[in-house]
Design a protein around this ligand. Structure first.
Ligand SMILES: Cc1cc2nc3c(=O)[nH]c(=O)nc-3n(C[C@H](O)[C@H](O)[C@H](O)COP(=O)(O)OP(=O)(O)OC[C@H]3O[C@@H](n4cnc5c(N)ncnc54)[C@H](O)[C@@H]3O)c2cc1C
Length: 324
């Protein structure tokens, strides 16, 4: 396992809001759960809003803690860890030679779990979607209702949304993602929501979504953000990444059992398999993204109509579409 940073989980690039599906996928230690929420408030550009109650609670996690927990689990299972930066690879017969900042390794299978700007994907020549958003977030003190807030509008967060996720009544994670100049919108949003914009971001990162044609190449598989296993509406990638990782682990096992590491084999045992599980959700998220294309007056109208007529449907809504 190659990781470029000394401290696992840092710098943090995530809010850590996940649905009930995450603790169903991985048995999380209790201390990683910072808060539990069961409702979200959705604000339209004119600040009218509706509330959505989740069927099951969503969890606010200690996000660096989650990485550390998964890292320790991998070590317990025998993973050998090196703090080195992956640089590139070349192919030689059945192996590939991986060059890092500190050395060269031979492997039959390279798993790129290296995030939204995956160098493994780029080196393998895999086409990466161009839908990119930059997110930034801070931790603020104040009085916060125990619900997730989502704020929409092209003057708030172009093509995405801003969020307030409380850790408790007095502390919240506040941020947004946007397709351009996120810092400008971040400062503007803090000012309108908190009354000041003096807080520097303590979380920042790239969100990339879309369905990649291939997430495998000869001797290579991508997983997590590197494979765009991410919800298109919310940018949440923890649950999908964990599901992708399970399919990936099964595929690795099959690959070694049959001693096959070529594109065709990996396409069948991994790429097609994870897509069966996750692509319907990704496509649904793409559909929901159409809200961003509407002019603001129509967005306001949609929010009002949902508030008036959609409440019954929304109380049984699967919040997993919106969280991670
Ligand atoms: C602002 C923001 C808020 C978000 N909020 C949520 C949320 O609330 N819920 C949710 O589910 N998702 C959220 N996401 C998305 C979520 O962060 C990602 O989906 C998730 O972290 C992906 O995990 P990953 O392990 O695939 O990639 P990453 O977390 O990016 O991990 C990649 C790892 O690879 C390492 N690495 C990269 N390149 C190299 C290299 N060349 N050599 C060695 N190591 C390398 C990195 O150091 C890092 O440790 C958010 C994203 C952003 C930007």
């Amino acid at each position: 396992m190659l990781e470029e940073h000394e401290k696992v989980g840092l710098p943090c690039k995530c809010t850590g809001l996940v649905s009930w599906r995450t603790p169903e996928t991985v048995k999380l230690p209790k201390e990683l759960i910072v808060n539990k929420l069961d409702k979200g408030k959705f604000f339209s550009p004119d600040e009218s809003w509706f509330e959505l109650k989740s069927k099951k609670e969503v969890y606010v996690l200690d996000r660096p803690g989650l990485d550390k927990f998964l890292f320790d689990e991998a070590k317990k299972e025998g993973a050998e860890v090196k703090t080195e930066r992956f640089e590139n690879f070349t192919r030689s017969n059945v192996h590939i030679k991986v060059k890092t900042s500190k050395g060269v390794y031979e492997t039959k299978l390279l798993i790129g779990a290296d995030g939204a700007n995956s160098l493994v994907a780029q080196t393998a020549g895999l086409e990466i979607p161009k839908n990119i958003y930059v997110g930034m977030q801070t931790t603020a003190i104040g009085d916060f209702e125990q619900c997730a807030e989502l704020w929409f509008g092209k003057n708030i967060a172009p093509n995405f949304f801003a969020w307030v996720v409380p850790e408790n009544e007095n502390v919240a994670r506040i941020g947004l993602a946007a397709s351009s100049t996120p810092k400008v919108y971040y400062e503007k949003f803090l000012k309108s929501r908190l009354g000041h914009n003096g807080l520097k971001p303590d979380v920042a990162g790239v969100i990339r979504f879309g369905v990649m044609k291939d997430t495998v190449a000869d001797n290579v598989m991508l997983v997590g953000d590197a494979a765009c296993q991410i919800k298109a509406f919310s940018g949440g990638g923890i649950t999908y990444g964990l599901i992708g990782a399970q399919v990936c682990a099964d595929a690795v096992e099959k690959s070694f059992e049959e001693n096959k590491f070529d594109y065709e084999f990996l396409k069948n045992v991994y790429d097609k398999e994870w897509k069966k599980k996750l692509v319907p959700g990704i496509n649904k998220g793409m559909l929901f993204r159409n809200i961003h294309k509407l002019p603001e007056f129509q967005q306001n109208l949609v929010f009002r109509m949902v508030k008036m007529f959609g409440y019954k449907v929304l109380t049984t809504f699967d919040f997993d579409l919106l969280s991670g």
